[in-house]
Design a protein around this ligand. Structure first.
Ligand SMILES: NC(=O)c1ccc[n+]([C@@H]2O[C@H](COP(=O)([O-])OP(=O)(O)OC[C@H]3O[C@@H](n4cnc5c(N)ncnc54)[C@H](OP(=O)(O)O)[C@@H]3O)[C@@H](O)[C@H]2O)c1
Length: 259
């Protein structure tokens, strides 16, 4: 069956303290109301880079955000603790949507590939590729529960797991010279494809979404898109996803990005 995704149930977002992650959490809370429970994960929920704090208070009061958990996607212990905390809260309900949003960029000052440091290569790969890999693996039991429950209730189970990523072609390197970042993104594209196959048997859909070029710390101030518009677009794309979108790379307007 090809039932579209409903934005409800238990939804988890990584990198939720600022940028696109924060806007995702805000709009999810606003649009889903009591229909969803949102698990916001941030590296340092109460750190100085968290623009989340006042919003967190407001949203918790509105009872839209269920938890704000400390998760460093490069740290298995913090992920493990979050899995446990979410599990304790949701019991058998399972996790319906997981959004891997946390990501970094470590460009060499000159932009040249030859000037890129090995450590920066490793850190970007660890956060943006191995991060979603680890999160998926560790939350899989919870994701499977939601998929199983759904399928017994409605005949079509689907939980979603997707990466917010950058469409990357060679033209991108020519334009930006963000070598360490685009090397990582080609891996993330492939991870999306492999996970989509791997999780098929569990009725889990894995899709990658490109948010557009967005005004955040990463996107910079020259970016044409606001976080509000990018996230509005992405949530609309997410709510129209179905089995046919497994392993696909889509942009924030729902266009398919060719391999
Ligand atoms: N903006 C764009 O134009 C654009 C375009 C294409 C793709 N993307 C992708 O969209 C996603 C969000 O980007 P953004 O523009 O919102 O960037 P951003 O404003 O720089 O925010 C990045 C977020 O990721 C978090 N993060 C980084 N490393 C982490 C870790 N190890 N564990 C947990 N959280 C971590 C940051 O937390 P801290 O505050 O703790 O650092 C922050 O919340 C990224 O995956 C990025 O690659 C963005």
């Amino acid at each position: 069956a090809n039932m579209p995704v409903e934005l409800k149930g238990n939804i988890l977002v990584t990198g939720a303290n600022r940028g696109l992650g924060l806007e995702l959490v805000k709009q999810l809370a606003e649009t889903t109301g009591q229909e969803a429970h949102i698990y916001a994960c941030s590296r340092e929920p109460e750190g100085s880079r968290t623009e989340f704090f006042d919003i967190q208070k407001t949203l918790v009061i509105m009872m839209c955000i269920s938890m704000h958990l400390p998760v460093d996607v490069a740290d298995e212990e913090s992920i493990s603790a979050a899995v446990q905390a979410v599990q304790d809260q949701i019991g058998d309900a399972g996790l319906n949507i997981l959004i891997n949003n946390a990501g970094i960029r470590k460009p060499a000052l000159s932009g040249a590939l030859s000037a890129t440091k090995k450590n920066d290569m490793m850190e970007v790969y660890e956060t943006n590729v191995v991060g979603p890999f680890t999160i998926a693996k560790m939350f899989l039991p919870l994701l499977k529960k939601a998929a199983q429950r759904d399928s017994s209730a409605k005949g079509s189970g689907m939980y979603l797991f997707f990466h917010v990523m950058l469409n990357v072609g060679y033209h991108h390197w020519e334009k930006t010279q963000w070598s360490e970042y685009i090397l990582m993104v080609s891996s993330l594209n492939m991870l999306t494809r492999c996970q989509a196959e791997d999780f098929k048997t569990h009725n889990i859909v894995v899709t990658a979404i490109h948010p557009g070029w967005v005004q955040t710390e990463m996107g910079g101030e020259n970016a044409p898109l606001t976080t509000v518009d990018s996230v509005l677009g992405m949530l609309s794309v997410i709510s129209s996803l179905s089995n046919k979108d497994r392993g696909m790379l889509l942009d924030w307007q729902g266009n398919t990005i060719p391999w």
